[in-house]
Design a binder for this molecule. Structure first.
Ligand code: ADP
Ligand code: MG
Length: 360
């Protein structure tokens, strides 16, 4: 079943019209024709990336539709950020089990809200039925640009001796997910029985502000586009953190045939800065262990992780999104964790795996 053209116009054509108009130098034809027509500025390279969000897998059925709209664009723009590209526009493929007008109104609002923030016009898409019992599927393709001298940050370009950096506070989104499961009384589904009571007691003493930051990180991430652009002069290899630090970093070390040394001391210090009173809690050690696991294994952060020569250290420290130097690259292979002078290795399988059972 193809949904009526009228419905597409009401929910996407009209609300996004003015954003298309304000980008009329690029968007020559937008929603409503067989193809969108874009004029790419001279001496720019075009970057393309696509991602799909599935109800029940990437978001809860009852999640706020406007936040789903926001997040589905943010996850896609995060891939442009990880390449140092800036947005040109995007297409939206929606597969829906039926026409839920209220859901569509709210979804479109959240999507427009974030599209305006990043000046990224919606230029076309497709709307189809998922069948009556199907799940909602949201597939977005983003187009981006960067000057032709900048071809992205390839995963294979890290050098031994590079510093290893992350932006923001990776791990917060996983903490937000734990809170969401707790709110639904489903924490037990998410972790092994031996971890359940520890997790419950951690969540019961979590400061209110940290709880709010974690929920926001999960539901309303922002692509690090400005940071990605600034990194054009500094970064060698770069990825965005969608599947967890260990797994995503695994792509860099594998492609660059190097090893990464990640300092657990730095990650612990990051959490303690966030939650200074934790140091006085008698469960500090076990809580920190869980929080560090959130950083290493949790997904959905959409922060950037990159390598750069130590000569840029002072300049990188001053960039936006509070860059944190968490380690370095060296000859060897795999991702190694160091703490108090001891080291251990972890396989890349410690990241989120779409086809593995969720355990924590
Ligand atoms: P066609 O049959 O030519 O593929 P459609 O009827 O699928 O056209 O879509 C009509 C117009 O609406 C096209 O310009 C298409 O890009 C746009 N469109 C369809 N669905 C969406 C959507 N979910 N978001 C934005 N534009 C859409
Ligand atoms: Mg079509």
């Amino acid at each position: 079943m193809l949904v009526e053209f009228d419905l597409i116009q009401r929910h996407f054509g009209l609300p996004f019209y003015s954003l298309g108009q304000s980008n009329s130098a690029t968007v020559l034809t937008g929603i409503g024709d067989d193809c969108a027509v874009l004029k790419i500025p001279l001496n720019q390279l075009t970057f393309v990336s696509t991602d799909t969000l599935v109800e029940g897998v990437h978001f809860f059925k009852e999640d706020s539709p406007s936040l789903i709209g926001w997040k589905s664009l943010a996850c896609n723009l995060s891939d442009l950020a990880a390449c140092g590209a800036m947005p040109l526009g995007f297409t939206l493929n929606l597969s829906l089990p039926g026409v839920d007008e209220n859901w569509l109104i709210e979804f479109s609002k959240g999507l427009l809200w974030y599209a305006k923030q990043e000046n990224c016009p919606l230029v076309g898409g497709d709307t189809t039925s998922a069948g009556l019992n199907g799940n909602k599927t949201i597939s977005i393709t983003v187009l981006g640009q960067a000057p032709s001298g900048h071809g992205g940050f390839h995963r294979s370009l890290a050098n031994a001796g590079d510093d290893l950096w992350v932006s923001g506070r990776p791990g917060l989104a996983r903490l937000g997910l734990l809170i969401e499961y707790q709110n639904r009384d489903q924490l037990g589904l998410f972790c092994s029985p031996s971890k359940l009571s520890e997790l419950q007691s951690l969540l019961s003493v979590l400061p209110v502000e940290l709880r709010a930051c974690a929920t926001q990180a999960l539901q309303q991430p922002e692509a690090r586009l400005v940071l990605g652009k600034s990194l054009r002069s500094f970064a060698k290899a770069c990825v965005d953190l969608s599947d967890g630090l260990i797994g995503d970093l695994g792509h860099i070390v594998q492609s660059s045939a190097l090893r990464a040394n990640v300092s657990l001391d730095v990650i612990q210090a990051m959490w303690l800065r966030f939650w200074p009173d934790l140091a006085q809690n008698h469960n500090c050690e076990s809580f920190l262990k869980i929080l560090v696991e959130c950083t290493l294994q949790g997904g959905d952060d959409y922060e950037l992780c990159w390598t750069a020569s130590p000569i840029h250290r002072n300049l990188i420290q001053k960039l936006e999104s509070s860059p944190l130097r968490i380690g370095s690259l060296a000859s060897g292979q795999g991702v190694w964790l160091t703490q108090n002078g001891h080291e251990s290795t972890l396989a890349p399988s410690h990241s989120y795996n779409h086809f593995a059972e969720l355990t924590f």
